[in-house]
Design a protein around this ligand. Structure first.
Ligand code: URQ
Ligand code: ZN
Ligand code: ZN
Length: 485
């Protein structure tokens, strides 16, 4: 199986140049001008188009059991929809329930994901703590290619990690050479504000953003960043949605702390007016956490992306159809939280990023693919166009347009938060593992189960040094310890 992409302009995160790309057996074999391919190679004429690394979405939840139901998108339909929009790898989440053995949860998710049709990997959430969790984190890093552990600071009485769990897990991740990620919302405040809204008789979807104001996110982001600072462990803040958490990330990065920020395509283009729509289905379809914010937050997030204080874009693709969202018809806190986006992220980011001059094509590649590959340690296997890399690619028509709609999308959900948006900049071809899986507006060659679980190695070298040298703790911590002697 070989593909020759001829006549395009290769765009990576740091370079743009005219070159053909030849792939064979799922690997990029040659990048250069005038490549002659063997007779049986499939040839794509990429004249006037760009050839970029396939998108990596570092934040999806296929078939997630959550809030009394299960997300409607599974690992097969979700990876197909992703490829239809130019994303060739998703990093999903294993989320153990309270007291659920971590390795058992991991095995369960691995079973569900066997149906995937494109490559994927898993962050593993630490939702509770005891010595078995400490042990299982080691097994996951050393035997299962996990190098990132998630912590939900929201969702009290469900999967919320308290500070004790955060500190224990962050220290264990550092020992193992793994990175910590957080969903940064103060779950205690959310719980209290939800009750307050209902006491005031606010039970509709408009109560959702009122119970999770930006300050609730800013507090948690800052707390996680400070805990990571004291423990000297890198931190990745998922779905940064507002100025308050962006400011916390920016301050930390200005001080040289290793903090990364992720922003969702949805949070960059959709505002909180959706929750005041008179139609319950429409408003409820937008219920996700953190909620969509008032317009000034979007401009701040774009500036964060442009300034390099936010590194990746994602979707938090977590689908619940209208009949599932209806669980909260009388109480917004019962509306399953989640929205879709895995099929539209790439075009929305090009249209609103490159199309408006906010991002260069190279910055687009960094934000939709390369940075996620680097942060989660699968670069240059993924996230670039170079000999030896996996043949995950998109052929991109910067002049092509399409209008986004639930009527035509491949996502298994009856709503699209980008409904009606006409985007300029579309993938005419997607190549996944060296197979052409999207061409002529059609999915092709996507076999159920053909996706691979991608191991992500720990950052052992950096961490071995860090874990051994006490003096690398922040000076204040060392001074405090000396003073206490
Ligand atoms: O919080 C998350 O990331 C998961 C549960 C998806 N739902 C959401 O509202 N973001
Ligand atoms: Zn989250
Ligand atoms: Zn999520």
């Amino acid at each position: 199986m070989s593909v020759l992409i001829r006549g395009g302009t290769v765009v990576t995160s740091d370079d743009s140049f005219r070159a053909d790309v030849y792939t064979q057996d799922g690997v990029i074999k040659a990048v250069g001008e005038g490549i002659e391919a063997p007779g049986d190679a499939e040839v794509i004429d990429a004249g006037g188009q760009l050839v970029m690394p396939g998108g990596i979405d570092p934040h999806t939840h296929m078939q997630l059991p959550f809030m009394g139901t299960v997300a409607s998108e599974d690992f097969f339909t979700g990876t197909v929809a992703a490829a239809a929009g130019g994303t060739t790898m998703c990093i999903d989440f294993v989320i153990p329930g309270p007291q659920e053995p971590v390795l058992e949860a991991y095995d369960k998710w691995r079973g569900w994901s066997e149906k995937a049709a494109a490559d994927y990997s898993f962050h593993v959430a630490i939702t509770w703590w005891d010595e078995t969790v400490h042990r299982d984190m080691g097994t996951l890093v050393q035997e299962h290619g996990v190098n990132s552990f998630k912590h939900f600071m929201a969702y009290k009485n469900a999967i919320m990690a308290d500070d004790e769990t955060l500190v224990n897990s962050f220290m264990r991740a550092k020992e193992l050479g793994a990175i910590c990620t957080v969903h940064a919302e103060n779950g205690e405040l959310v719980f209290r504000l939800q009750q307050e809204m209902k006491d005031r008789g606010i039970t509709g979807p408009e109560g959702h953003p009122l119970s999770r104001p930006p300050e609730v996110e800013g507090e948690a982001a800052n707390r996680a960043i400070r805990i990571a600072q004291v423990l000297n462990v890198p931190l990745y803040v998922v779905h940064t949605s507002c100025m308050e958490s962006l400011e916390a990330i920016t301050r930390a990065r200005l001080e040289g702390q290793r903090v990364f920020g992720e922003v969702l395509a949805g949070h960059l283009v959709i505002d909180d007016s959706v929750y005041r729509h008179p139609d319950f289905e429409f408003a409820a379809a937008h219920v996700m956490s953190p909620p969509f914010r008032a317009k000034p937050h979007q401009e701040a997030l774009w500036r964060g992306l442009q300034a390099g204080n936010l590194q990746t874009t994602a979707t938090d693709h977590c689908c619940f159809c209208s009949d599932q969202k209806a669980a909260g018809i009388d109480d917004f806190s019962l509306i399953p939280n989640g929205t879709a986006g895995v099929e539209d992220r790439m075009s929305v980011m090009w249209d609103q990023g490159v199309g408006t001059g906010r991002l260069t094509p190279n910055e687009f590649v960094a934000a939709t693919s390369t940075n996620a590959a680097k942060i989660f340690n699968i670069y240059p296997r993924k996230g670039t166009v170079t000999v030896g890399a996996d043949a995950d690619l998109v052929v991109w028509d910067p002049e092509g347009t399409r209008t986004i709609s639930a009527k035509t999308h491949h996502q298994n959900i009856d709503f699209n938060i980008f409904e009606g948006m006409t985007v300029k900049g579309i993938n005419t071809h997607t190549i996944s593992q060296g197979r052409i899986v999207w061409a002529d507006g059609q999915v092709q060659n996507m076999e159920r189960g053909s996706g691979r679980y991608i191991d992500r190695p720990a950052f052992a070298s950096y961490y071995d040094a860090m874990a051994r040298r006490e003096d690398l703790l922040t000076p204040t911590a060392v001074e405090r310890a000396k003073a206490a002697e």
